[in-house]
Design a protein around this ligand. Structure first.
Ligand SMILES: [Zn+2]
Length: 224
């Protein structure tokens, strides 16, 4: 699956495009006016939800503007990675033939779980051994943000990020480790311990899959 695949064939009429549904962690870029219309529609629906929950939107000053706030938050922030094209990324030739691990730690992950629409909050560590190309580390942050601002499953998010970087950089080795708290486990359900309830997933590609020494080095550097 390509990172920005959709279920659509790209030639749907404008009216159909808005109704075209795709995976919560998929991507289909929309125009500004399409996003504005989505906010308008969502605002109406959130007002209905609040009515069903018997929240007095008319007289509670804290609830009056909430349908609009919620609509904008979901479209323009929490799910924006579903509706925007990939961030612009420049890659450079690996002129010095760097063949050591290049690691970026502490990349912020702010996502939402597909199952409960509750926050997933944590960090991502990405390490790669360059092949022909290297990438500016700040671009990794943008790429992680693009994938995390969707309805996600942590396991799939790691795979999506790895697939994308593998296509882009064709690295000799690539590792993506995500460590995050899932608020669906903290706020509800098993009510996990706030401090110690991280979920850790790792994706290893290329030499990190086959070379145990390199994998140990990566894990040590990732945990420093
Ligand atoms: Zn969940």
């Amino acid at each position: 699956m390509t990172p920005h695949s959709t279920n659509g064939n790209g030639c749907a009429a404008a009216t159909d495009k808005r109704r075209l549904a795709f995976d919560a962690n998929g991507n289909m870029p929309l125009t500004e006016s399409e996003l504005d219309e989505m906010v308008e529609q969502l605002q109406t629906k959130f007002a209905e939800v609040m009515d069903i929950l018997r929240i007095d939107r008319a007289s509670d000053p804290n609830s009056r503007e909430t349908p609009r706030r919620l609509a904008r938050m979901w479209v323009q922030e929490l799910f924006i990675g579903r509706y925007t094209p990939p961030p612009p990324v420049t890659i450079f030739p690996n002129r010095k033939r760097v063949n050591e691990l290049v690691i970026s730690r502490g990349i912020e992950v702010m996502s939402v779980c597909s199952h409960h629409w509750q926050p997933i909050s944590g960090t991502c560590t990405i390490g790669y051994m360059p092949g022909e190309y290297i990438i500016g580390l700040s671009k990794l942050t943008r790429i992680v943000e693009w994938f995390s601002r969707r309805g996600q499953i942590q396991e799939e998010m790691g795979e999506q990020i790895a697939d994308y970087l593998e296509q882009l950089l064709k690295p000799r080795a690539l590792g993506v480790i995500i460590s995050a708290k899932h608020y669906c486990m903290i706020a509800r359900g098993v009510e996990a311990d706030h401090e110690h309830s991280d979920m850790v997933t790792s994706v290893m590609r290329g030499l990190l899959q086959t070379d145990a020494n390199l994998r140990n080095e990566f894990l040590q550097l990732a945990n420093m």
